[in-house]
Design a protein around this ligand. Structure first.
Ligand code: ZN
Length: 446
């Protein structure tokens, strides 16, 4: 297995996790002790210790006093630097895995990125590469004409994209053409709510997810209709610039009742929200003066360190409204969650200060600070992403027959969500990485 040459090659052997407490994320309960047997990349059996028959030759792991949860999923990451023409972010893989992030959703691929994603998937499956599963990859569509938009959707489909990613500057007619073409090809459309439509219009039109609470701030304000009217019919870049200029007023006019009405409608329309609270959090807090002295900074590849320096040294990282945005974002998440809107855990790594892998644990803590229980925060990174991606038959919980992507923790995450960071071992696709293996993954990038 290759991960910056840190870990040894590893065959898949049968693994027996003995005496573990299994965390049932769906019910929010613990069950144990159990012996969990893993074979051929899957959970083969979950038995009480007296009923368990540990197969001869199995790799035995002492799970007494330890807690088993499903591998975590980061629903918003960037593995490509297509705009800046830099190499793909393979350097992030060991960081994700060392932090128990066994699955990611890639948010801005090109059609030309897809063969490399397929290669990563094949190498990871063969045990040649330590990397999270790229559970879904979205190809960005931004045609200048309606026909070009439709053609880009078809090309993305042909290239193997799992979904279509849209950004804020996509004009409404083009966005509707994208949705229509994607629907005929049975492809989901996800991304930012285009700045020319309201959040609830995007949900009603079938956009499956919204990232970073885009336009939710506006939908939770008293100025949504007026703000949108001022943007209608302009060109894409102007629309986005105008929306940014309107942000101060939008945030100042946050209205709890409007937010509750929006949340109820959103829950009915079933559009998932990937809030990326960790990004708003760091935008509000800004970098510490000695941010490059953070031990994790050395894990970034040199070109990424340079990008962070460039962005962070400009100052005003999150713009003038970052503090207020952060405050409002937590109120919005609390309101959405209370209304039953699905919140999915995502980080936008590797945005500056958003360390791949590490940041997902911060996101879970911020979700709990915004009103989710620890069990709900765990669901936001396990079974809910699995359901969203249509993969809940094979992943998202600790159940027999599911893929063996697991975290063995030294403390109960239901009693304190920060315990997801106390990782004793990771099972990635049926292969055990113990604490020493995980530490070996955390190497300065070259
Ligand atoms: Zn992003």
């Amino acid at each position: 297995m290759r991960a910056h040459e840190a870990a040894r090659p590893r065959e898949r052997v049968t693994i027996a996790l003995e005496g573990v407490t299994v965390v049932d994320v769906v019910r929010g309960e613990i069950v144990g002790p159990r012996t969990v047997t893993i074979r051929d990349g899957k959970i083969a059996a979950i038995d009480t210790p007296d009923a368990a028959a540990v197969p001869p030759g199995a790799q035995r792991v002492d799970g007494h006093g330890r807690f088993l949860i499903p591998g975590l999923v980061d629903m918003h990451v960037h593995l490509f630097n297509n705009a800046t023409k830099r190499a793909p972010n393979e350097w992030t893989f060991p960081l994700f895995v060392a932090n128990g992030v066994t699955g990611v959703r890639e948010m801005a691929a090109n059609a030309t990125s897809m063969p490399l994603i397929e290669r990563w998937r094949a190498q990871a499956a063969a045990g040649e590469l330590i990397a999270p599963h790229v559970l879904a990859a979205g190809v960005v569509v931004n045609g200048k004409t309606l026909e070009e938009s439709r053609r880009q959707v078809r090309e993305a489909r042909a290239a193997g994209a799992d979904f279509i990613k849209v950004f804020s500057h996509v004009r409404e007619p083009h966005w509707r053409a994208i949705l229509e073409q994607a629907r005929t090809l049975r492809m989901p459309v996800c991304g930012h709510v285009p700045a020319e439509v309201t959040l609830l219009e995007s949900a009603a039109a079938g956009q499956r997810s919204n990232e970073h609470l885009t336009q939710l701030y506006e939908a939770c304000s008293t100025v949504e209709a007026r703000s949108l009217r001022a943007r209608k019919g302009r060109d894409g870049d102007t629309i986005v610039k105008l929306r940014d200029a309107q942000e101060r007023e939008v945030l100042a006019s946050f209205d709890q009742l409007a937010c509750e009405r929006t949340a109820t409608a959103l829950a009915n329309a079933q559009q998932a929200q990937v809030a990326t609270l960790v990004l708003s959090h760091f935008e509000a807090r800004g970098p510490r003066a000695d941010y490059a002295g953070d031990a994790r900074f050395a894990y970034l590849r040199a070109d990424e360190q340079a990008r962070w320096h460039r962005i962070l040294k400009q100052g005003d990282f999150g713009g003038p409204n970052a503090a207020r945005r952060w405050e409002v974002s937590r109120q919005i998440v609390a309101t959405l969650h209370a209304a039953g809107v699905r919140i999915l855990a995502g980080t936008d790594a590797p945005m500056p200060l958003v360390y791949p892998g590490f940041a997902l644990h911060t996101e879970l803590q911020l979700l709990v600070e915004s009103g989710l229980t620890a069990a709900e925060a765990l669901r936001a990174a396990t079974i809910w992403p699995a359901e969203f991606l249509g993969m809940n038959e094979t992943s998202g919980s600790v159940d027999v027959g599911k893929r063996a992507d697991l975290l063995l923790l030294d403390a109960n995450p239901l009693s304190d969500i920060s315990h997801t960071q106390r990782i004793h071992a990771v099972v990635l696709d049926g292969r055990l990485l113990d604490r020493a293996d995980l530490d070996a993954l955390l190497q300065p990038s070259r």
